[in-house]
Design a protein around this ligand. Structure first.
Ligand SMILES: NC(=O)c1ccc[n+]([C@@H]2O[C@H](COP(=O)([O-])OP(=O)(O)OC[C@H]3O[C@@H](n4cnc5c(N)ncnc54)[C@H](OP(=O)(O)O)[C@@H]3O)[C@@H](O)[C@H]2O)c1
Length: 334
């Protein structure tokens, strides 16, 4: 009998869409790398906002089904390779993109193109905090055609994408970087990362700052991670020729008629765009990711690890996310 078939690994699945109580730790047959794949012994799995969106069933119309294994990124050590893959990968520490599924696992078999070697000095926990969010922040700003000297508002800045967007915009020479957040304490943490204005979730100022008055001057760029019912009101905070780029939907979808607000402001020549990293070539994503990993290993990028929890406590991680307790990322370790 094939001994391998008797081996199992732990994974976290959605048994029932809805709250974290619908998540379960299950046993899966231990994966073996197929041709072109590497097998990663996972040391850390990132818990992203999108995981909660999938868990709630919000994206069921996109084909997500109950039974889905959560998670999209993991990091660890390559322990085996499939046919056609250079054996020198074995023993290397890597970050791995698992797609929209398969990150909350003890072992992951992924295409070799989906892994990136980690520099010395960057832990697996750090890698899954940065590996997805860093490139998304970078390319979202590029998609918005952000230029140094412009003012930026990051809506939903307290998550891992927002934190990186704040830092990158500040470092690139933004005239002002405003953030929306629900607490003064988070506002202070975001100021330490480069934010110049702290706003409440409605976009109203809650403290003093330097740079343009957000009420009258407005922003050249809004990077929006929230969407939801309030999204249209933020068009009014854009300057003429301002660009809003929707990167996430943590607040749910916007109202169906949200475009009417833009039409009403026709003379401001506003732009609205969505941004998905899916439209960026893998080589370009990896070039930025690799540079960001290297910068992080030198201590030049912020790594907002909120908490590290055991894989078995994935539901607790989601409860904390749902309760709005998380600044940055929760990371799961097997
Ligand atoms: N475009 C892409 O390529 C891409 C890639 C990966 C993920 N995503 C998307 O990015 C999102 C997750 O990003 P993330 O992990 O950085 O975010 P996150 O941590 O889930 O949320 C960011 C912040 O948004 C605020 N927030 C949450 N619910 C809100 C609400 N109802 N109204 C207003 N603010 C709210 C919270 O901060 P405060 O409590 O401080 O306000 C929260 O910390 C998901 O929608 C995912 O689909 C996009």
């Amino acid at each position: 009998m094939d001994q391998r078939r008797e081996q199992t690994v732990k994974a976290v699945a959605i048994e029932t869409f809805g709250g974290p109580e619908g998540m379960a730790v299950i046993d899966l047959p231990a994966p073996a790398p197929a041709a072109g794949q590497v097998l990663v012994a996972v040391e850390a799995s990132g818990v992203g906002g999108v995981d909660a969106v999938i868990r709630r069933g919000t994206l069921a119309s996109y084909g997500f089904k109950e039974g889905h294994i959560l998670g999209s990124e993991a990091a660890g050590t390559v322990t085996a390779v499939g046919d056609g893959v250079d054996t020198s990968w074995i023993g290397r520490r890597v970050w791995a993109f698992t797609g929209f599924s398969g990150g909350y696992v003890e072992q992951a078999a992924v295409p070799v193109e989906a892994v990136l070697a980690l520099p010395d000095g960057l832990s697996a926990v750090d890698a899954v905090t940065l590996g997805s969010s860093g490139p998304v922040a970078h390319f979202a700003l590029a998609h918005a055609r952000f230029a140094p000297g412009e003012s930026v508002l990051v809506r939903g800045a307290a998550g891992s994408i927002g934190i990186m967007t704040v830092h990158l915009a500040s470092r690139a020479g933004a005239a002002a970087v405003a953030v929306t957040t629900s607490s003064a304490e988070r506002g202070e943490r975001l100021r330490a990362l480069g934010a110049t204005h702290v706003l409440d979730r409605s976009g109203d100022s809650v403290g003093s700052g330097s740079g343009p008055d957000d009420a009258s001057g407005g922003y050249d760029v809004i990077i929006d991670i929230v969407a939801g019912a309030d999204l249209p009101s933020f068009f009014g905070r854009l300057r003429p020729n301002g660009r809003m780029v929707a990167v996430g939907v943590v607040g749910g979808p916007p109202p169906a008629d949200f475009g009417m607000t833009m039409i009403a402001a026709f003379q401001k020549s506003l732009s609205f765009a969505t941004f998905s990293a899916d439209t960026v070539a893998a080589a370009d994503l990896n070039a930025v990711r690799s540079a960001q990993f290297a910068a992080a290993s030198r201590g030049e990028l912020p790594l907002a690890v909120h908490e590290v929890l055991p894989l078995e406590q994935a539901a607790l991680a989601h409860r904390k996310m749902d309760a709005g307790e998380v600044f940055g990322r929760i990371v799961l370790t097997p």
